[in-house]
Design a protein around this ligand. Structure first.
Ligand code: SOE
Length: 381
């Protein structure tokens, strides 16, 4: 049966624009989703880039002015893949135009912007989603199921790391196409908003909201040249951040992130310790979930490695046979399949703008704590 079409307009032809375009292209091939996403309009202020990108990924039309695209009556969903300092303005225009929104993380530059965006989106009454794609790694979704089934019992500890090394050289410039994440005026913050936002999203999805945080940050390289020039300017992002958290349910959390961990490319880990057992995960071996069950007979008790590629594991019935894994591109496709499902069923999708605001509020509290060198209470989204 022909499916109802959903016209997509995507803004931004960078790394995330590519990951999302691929998801729109493939989701219907692997998932029986209730809508057929139509790749209607690709938008980027650079006309040549937009044209090449559009031709490569099969977008029907190209636009260079996002305002024109948002004003079009035939666009149902606007997917925002632009740098963080544009999220607020674009999303307010989308809300005013009554668009469904899919937003690349983090939601905004800070919680103040985030609140304004949530208010506008909720007033417009159209569904929203934020692409925290690591929730859609089968092993992470399985961890969520195990925690929700009560198999770990009361949660005592949550431990997360998100480590990279791509800014270790002082010669890496700040700003520009690929490196705007190093420019605080464009990104809002450094590793806190870019990487720890993923860890905070995952932690609060698993075990609930945080009550208080205490953080430290560091900027190791104080000056870098601006992209396209030779003038050195102060670096104002946090290169590294570590923080302690007290969760509302009494659990204790430790979080660490840096772009200066030589050899770590995208190591995103969590460990959860509860009264009946523990779970551990590392994105660099993403198909594995480590599970320790204290109720196992003592003679065989130990950490077991669950290889999450059986059809019974989350999302895997839509993919390959056991042993043939999935990766970064597929997690985005999984996320999009969930989004389309939620649009069909009308059930709230997590994370939406309000959930992502919760993460943004924690990021702000972390940065404030590091600045003031004291514990900060986490406000309600
Ligand atoms: C760059 O640091 C980056 O691409 C992040 O922006 C992503 O969110 C992360 O998942 C991988 O690294």
């Amino acid at each position: 049966m022909a499916k109802k079409k959903l016209n997509i307009g995507l803004i931004g032809c960078g790394f995330m624009g590519k990951a999302h375009s691929n998801a729109y292209l493939k989701v219907g091939k692997f998932f029986d989703v209730p809508f057929e996403p139509v790749m209607k309009v690709i938008c980027d202020s650079n006309a040549e880039k937009a044209k090449c990108f559009g031709d490569n990924w099969g977008w029907q039309e190209v636009e260079t002015d996002w305002r024109k695209m948002v004003a079009r009556k035939d666009i149902d969903v606007v997917d925002i893949c632009t740098p963080n300092n544009t999220h607020r303005e674009i999303s307010l225009a989308c809300a005013a135009a009554g668009k469904i929104m899919a937003m690349e993380k983090p939601l905004a530059m800070d919680a103040g912007e985030g609140r304004e965006m949530v208010t506008a989106a909720e007033k417009a009454g159209k569904p929203t989603m934020v692409w925290f794609n690591y929730r859609r790694v089968p092993a992470a979704s399985l961890a969520k199921q195990i925690i929700d089934e009560g198999k770990l019992g009361r949660i005592f500890h949550y431990r997360a790391k998100y480590l990279q090394d791509y800014t270790i050289s002082p010669d890496v410039p700040q700003g520009g196409d690929a490196l705007w994440r190093l420019d605080a005026k464009v990104a809002g913050s450094g590793v806190t908003g870019d990487l720890l936002a993923h860890s905070i999203d995952m932690a609060t999805w698993f075990i609930g909201p945080m009550a208080r945080v205490c953080a430290m940050t560091e900027t190791f390289i104080k000056e870098r040249v601006m992209a396209g020039g030779d003038k050195k300017m102060p670096v104002t992002i946090d290169d590294a951040c570590a923080f302690l958290a007290r969760f509302e349910n009494g659990a204790l959390g430790t979080f660490e992130s840096t772009r200066y961990a030589c050899g770590r490319k995208n190591q995103n880990t969590f460990e959860v310790n509860g009264e009946y057992g523990s779970l551990a995960f590392d994105l660099e071996t993403a198909h594995e979930l480590e599970y320790f069950n204290h109720a196992d007979p003592i003679s065989v008790r130990g950490w077991r490695t669950i290889q999450t590629w059986d059809s019974k594991h989350p999302y895997m019935k839509n993919w390959w046979v056991p042993g043939c894994g999935i990766g970064y591109e597929h997690w985005h496709i999984n996320a999009l399949a969930d989004f389309l499902e939620s649009l069909g069923s009308g059930k709230k999708l997590c994370p939406d703008f309000r959930d992502a605001l919760g993460t943004q509020i924690v990021c702000d509290a972390v940065l404030e704590s590091a600045k003031k060198e004291k514990w900060i209470a986490v406000a309600k989204p």
